[in-house]
Design a binder for this molecule. Structure first.
Ligand SMILES: [Zn+2]
Length: 768
């Protein structure tokens, strides 16, 4: 079963889109809001102006309160134990503690005051340690087991909470001897600290490439003029995602591109390679101590995928389709390369971005700079809010007052359009700033839940992004890919705030890691629809919407070189699984080997890209595959919107009710069925992977009733009937003899290959 109650989820509930952030531009804020504003209520009960001492005080008070509540639970006499005075009391006490901790953790991403940020980061470490120790409280665990043994009659949700709570403790080593438990606890703590260090090392790695005039040839003028210069007149190319991306696409000098790539893919290598190796070993040891075959087995059982075999099957099955598309993509750009080097037989990693950009420009005559002019940030923000309000039946109101951490931050109140009921709040923190989180992500700041007095705590979330900011005489314009990012992140805000689940453990976007992206990935499709683009676009000079000829070109180029894109995702998903399964001596060598096998592109010798693969230590361990996995559901859900004309209040209401409001209060599969009115289908996703044009959506069955109609599914890979059956590999590989053993063999062969690669490279290194 797909259950994921964490003992005490202290790390921020954050969903991240790893898109390129916009180049930093500094200037005064523009912003004409199309949504009403007013003083109104006070907004969320938050305070972002606390001093380090006050933060510390808050942590101590909340933790003392939690300690005392837990002592109360532990003190209940065995005969008096009930579900309500143990499990439910624990849920409420930990949720109250999190109510204080989340806003503190959030400050590490957005605080404008370095001292405050530092204090919040230190407290985050303390929360981590506290959380680990809580998971080892045997007195609590015994009480929960007693409650379970009472066999009270409970609602489905309460029964779920009881089962998940007992299970989460039981699986945390209470069957172990006490010295083994101590060992487990020490390993968990160590792992937590390694994770924090890994992320910090990437964020703090400072390096750059210095090039002469030759090295800036081909680059956009405003990019070059913004570069830092050295005393001897050289240009400094900074190692951040925006400048790296631009440089790799435009710089004519292949040699300089290679140098920059080498630096980029060696970020934090010295510090992080040993960390990674230790962490992979710790994860394996923890899993084995807890009785699992390995780390993937332990972590996947609580996700939709359930077992590593299913993930490996899923990824391996995509391999042939994706690799053949990726090879075709490479062959196309090799032709471009041959114009200058007729004998060239291979495209290198530092050439793909540059050659693809040329081919794209030639083939589609599509000028991204021209497209940008139709997407001023303010227009996109207002248009997005309009589309969401209409689709989901909401009403937004901008608040003039209310707590915020920076004057640029906008605070918006969400109400139900039908009955005016106040639902919650969200923040938009959109522009780059020193010391701010550098990607685009949605953060839960207050989790929705039913309070003890029966009222519902209004959720609050924040989108933190780095979009361009307007300057006098220079409008802030968004490339279409950033419009997509904004729309995607906005989807996370809605998932986090529209929740109606009474318990914090299940509310908002606290769904399985391999489902959490689905609602937002689904929404990305919206920004390719004419009706939506009419709302989002408006030329910065005259407000004209995106012209049809430009729109047609964008559509034509939409899946350009998707093969390479999918291959990259597939490679990372597979490498993550392989590393956690093999736990190799040479992490980098195995990573590179798998990437080559699954992308068709050779890694550059001497690089250690894995050292800055943040997902491995940031919540996606043995979970990167989830981006592709959840896209299966996303594309399927979208067929229903598409069939109803995209911005459909009717479908939107059902989506809100069956997907967004329910969180993980029930299994994700159940929510999917309730929304779709049929079994999920992988058809739409596979069409996308194969690069095929759209075909009509699958038929929608009776919605929400007891009689779900079976899928009208023409696919060979049927998601159908039940999850168990769906994920039985036997149903996938009909005609292949013994499919499951075939998969195992392929998996083993890959492992051997990966390990041999590592051994060879180790040997070569020791000789050198
Ligand atoms: Zn996301």
């Amino acid at each position: 079963m797909n259950r994921k109650k964490i003992l005490l989820p202290i790390t921020l509930s954050l969903v991240v889109a790893f898109h390129l952030p916009a180049a930093a531009q500094i200037a005064g804020r523009a912003g004409v809001s199309a949504i009403p504003t007013g003083p109104g209520a006070a907004g969320p009960a938050l305070n972002f102006a606390l001093t380090p001492q006050q933060l510390q005080q808050r942590y101590q008070t909340a933790t003392a309160q939690l300690d005392s509540a837990l002592a109360g639970i532990a003190a209940i006499k065995p005969e008096d134990v009930t579900y309500a005075n143990t499990v439910l009391a624990y849920e409420q006490a930990t949720a109250s503690w999190q109510r204080e901790m989340y806003p503190i953790g959030f400050l590490t991403a957005v605080s404008v005051d370095p001292a405050q940020r530092q204090a919040a980061a230190e407290l985050e470490d303390q929360m981590e340690t506290y959380g680990v120790s809580l998971g080892h409280r045997e007195d609590l665990y015994r009480q929960f087991e007693r409650a379970a043994a009472k066999g009270e009659k409970l609602s489905a949700l309460d029964a779920r909470l009881l089962e998940d709570t007992v299970k989460s403790f039981r699986e945390n080593g209470f069957a172990l001897k006490s010295e083994e438990r101590e060992k487990l606890k020490a390993m968990q703590e160590r792992l937590g600290h390694l994770g924090n260090a890994f992320g910090r090392n990437i964020a703090e790695s400072k390096d750059w490439l210095e090039v002469g005039a030759e090295g800036v040839k081909g680059l956009p003028e405003d990019f070059v003029s913004g570069l830092e210069r050295t005393a001897d007149g050289k240009y400094r190319i900074a190692l951040n995602e925006a400048s790296y991306g631009t440089y790799m696409r435009y710089a004519e000098s292949a040699e300089s591109r290679k140098s920059l790539l080498m630096k980029w893919q060696n970020r934090a290598a010295d510090a992080n390679l040993p960390i990674l190796k230790e962490a992979l070993g710790l994860r394996r040891d923890i899993a084995q101590l807890l009785g699992h075959k390995g780390y993937p087995e332990m972590t996947l059982k609580d996700r939709m995928a359930e077992t590593p075999e299913k993930v490996m099957s899923f990824l391996s099955r995509l391999k042939d389709v994706v690799l053949s598309r990726a090879r075709a993509d490479l062959a196309e750009i090799l032709e471009i390369k041959r114009r200058a080097e007729p004998d060239a037989s291979q495209v290198f990693a530092w050439e793909t971005g540059y050659l693809s950009r040329i081919l794209r420009q030639e083939r589609y005559d599509l000028d991204g700079e021209k497209v940008k002019e139709y997407f001023p940030v303010d227009r996109v923000v207002e248009g997005t809010m309009k589309v969401y309000q209409k689709t989901l039946g909401l009403s937004f109101r901008e608040m003039k007052d209310g707590p915020r951490w920076h004057p640029d931050v906008r605070l918006i109140e969400i109400s139900d359009a039908a009955d005016g009921r106040l639902i919650g709040h969200f923040y938009l923190d959109l522009y780059p700033r020193d010391g701010k989180y550098t990607h685009a992500a949605a953060f839960t700041v207050i989790k929705g839940r039913r309070l003890e007095d029966g009222t519902y705590e209004k959720p609050a979330s924040a989108m933190v992004a780095n979009f361009p900011k307007a300057a006098p005489g220079k409008p802030a314009l968004m490339p279409h890919s950033e419009v997509e990012t904004f729309f995607h992140e906005f989807g996370h805000l809605m998932h986090q705030t529209l929740t109606k689940v009474p318990y914090a453990s299940y509310s908002g976007s606290s769904v399985a890691r391999d489902f959490v992206e689905a609602p937002s990935q689904m929404l990305e499709n919206f920004v390719w629809e004419r009706s939506v683009l009419d709302e989002l676009s408006g030329h910065y000079k005259d407000g004209a919407t995106l012209p049809d000829d430009l729109y047609k070109k964008m559509l034509a180029a939409r899946s350009f070189q998707d093969g390479l894109g999918y291959a990259g995702q597939l490679g990372l998903g597979m490498a993550d699984m392989v590393l956690h399964t093999v736990v190799p001596e040479d992490v980098s060598a195995v990573f590179n080997k798998v990437m080559q096998e699954f992308t068709g592109l050779a890694p550059v010798e001497g690089t250690n890209r894995v050292a800055s693969f943040g997902h491995l230590m940031g919540g996606y361990s043995a979970g990167y595959y989830g981006y592709l996995w959840s896209k299966v559901y996303a594309q399927d859900i979208y067929t229903v919107f598409k069939a109803a004309g995209v911005v459909s209040p009717e479908v939107g209401a059902r989506y809100r009710r069956e997907i967004l409001e329910v969180g993980s209060g029930r299994d994700e599969m159940e929510s999917l069925r309730a929304f779709l009115g049929r079994e999920p289908s992988e058809e739409a996703f596979m069409r996308d992977v194969r690069g095929e044009p759209e075909t009509p959506a699958p038929a929608v069955g009776s919605i929400g009733g007891a009689g779900l109609t079976p899928a009208q599914n023409h696919s060979e890979w049927n998601l159908g009937l039940s999850r168990r059956k769906w994920w039985n590999p036997l149903t996938w590989f009909q005609g292949l003899g013994k499919p499951s053993s075939d998969m195992t063999k392929r998996f083993e062969a890959l492992m051997t290959l990966a390990c041999e690669g590592a051994a060879r490279m180790r040997a070569a290194r020791s000789q050198a």
